[in-house]
Write a protein that binds this ligand. Structure first.
Ligand SMILES: NC(=O)c1ccc[n+]([C@@H]2O[C@H](COP(=O)([O-])OP(=O)(O)OC[C@H]3O[C@@H](n4cnc5c(N)ncnc54)[C@H](OP(=O)(O)O)[C@@H]3O)[C@@H](O)[C@H]2O)c1
Length: 264
């Protein structure tokens, strides 16, 4: 069954840039009324302007409980309800665990795990009264295969994917679809917003997917109520190889990391 998006009421976090902005634009094109959330008020206002209609900009730090409550409250007040929650806001940290900190670990978990989960908790009472409701969580290929130099990020995305899977079963009784997006490398500002950036490998960010492609596939997954989609050839290759030959992948990764550390 295909979900008719026209007239749906959505919250999109991380909507000030990158993948979140592109998803908000794509949803709006499909006739969705979108509430845009992120910390950068100026960028949100610009996105709301670009979308037009009754797009609602709600400056929000998703790690703050009062901001999360305000986001859901303002959205429901403006649109009269909520049908879609799209959790996109995220932060990365690119560096090895031995030289990382508890503060980085906690920040990454706050943004990438606790915030989306607590937003879901606030949204569910409204989604249960929504029209063909859905929750869509942006995770990462690191949610399905932990990657060296992304230890906190991988853990946060594994946690989110675990919660998402568990909620899929729980939400079925409310008829709320729960959708997992597992993107590989994407050209966004993620690399410029990293909490830390001293991992040894060179990541070809410029070869990543476009945010428009990820957004189009995400909106398609919402429309078609897909359970989980993996995006990007590299992500598909690595995750397939990891499923078929996990010990080989472990060996390959350990060999590469050891080599990189020996050279640098
Ligand atoms: N780029 C990739 O290669 C890639 C691959 C797989 C998955 N992903 C995931 O895709 C999602 C979007 O990332 P992106 O690539 O589009 O990165 P991005 O360009 O850095 O965008 C991150 C977004 O998250 C928002 N954000 C960060 N911390 C926030 C906070 N505390 N409260 C509210 N909003 C916050 C940022 O807005 P403000 O700074 O204005 O708050 C921004 O809108 C993330 O969950 C990321 O993990 C990215």
């Amino acid at each position: 069954m295909s979900r008719n998006l026209h007239g749906k009421r959505a919250v999109v976090t991380g909507a000030s840039g990158g993948i979140g902005r592109a998803i908000a634009v794509e949803l709006a094109k499909a006739g969705v009324r979108v509430a845009l959330a992120a910390r950068s008020a100026d960028k949100l206002a610009e996105v709301a302007d670009a979308i037009g209609g009754d797009a609602l900009a709600v400056p929000t730090d998703v790690t703050k409980p009062a901001d999360r409550e305000n986001l859901i409250r303002e959205t429901v007040a403006r649109f009269g309800g909520l049908d879609l929650l799209v959790n996109v806001a995220g932060v990365g940290s690119w560096g090895h665990f031995a030289t990382s900190t508890e503060a980085i670990n906690r920040t990454v978990m706050e943004v990438n795990f606790f915030a989306p989960v607590e937003l879901i908790r606030l949204a569910v009472p409204h989604l249960t009264n929504g029209n063909d409701p859905a929750i869509c969580n942006l995770t990462s290929m690191c949610a399905r295969r932990g990657m060296p130099a992304w230890p906190e990020y991988s853990a946060s995305k594994f946690a989110l994917v675990g919660m998402t899977e568990a909620l899929r079963g729980e939400m079925a009784r409310y008829d709320i679809d729960v959708i997992t997006i597992v993107p590989g490398l994407t050209k966004s500002d993620l690399n410029r917003n990293l909490l830390r950036s001293d991992g040894k490998a060179t990541i070809p960010y410029d070869k990543g997917m476009t945010v428009e492609y990820v957004a189009a596939r995400t909106v398609d997954a919402i429309r078609r109520s897909k359970r989980e989609i993996v995006l990007g050839i590299e992500a598909k290759k690595i995750l397939t190889m990891n499923r078929l030959a996990p010990r080989f992948v472990n060996w390959l990764i350990a060999r590469n990391v050891t080599k990189l550390y020996r050279e640098n």
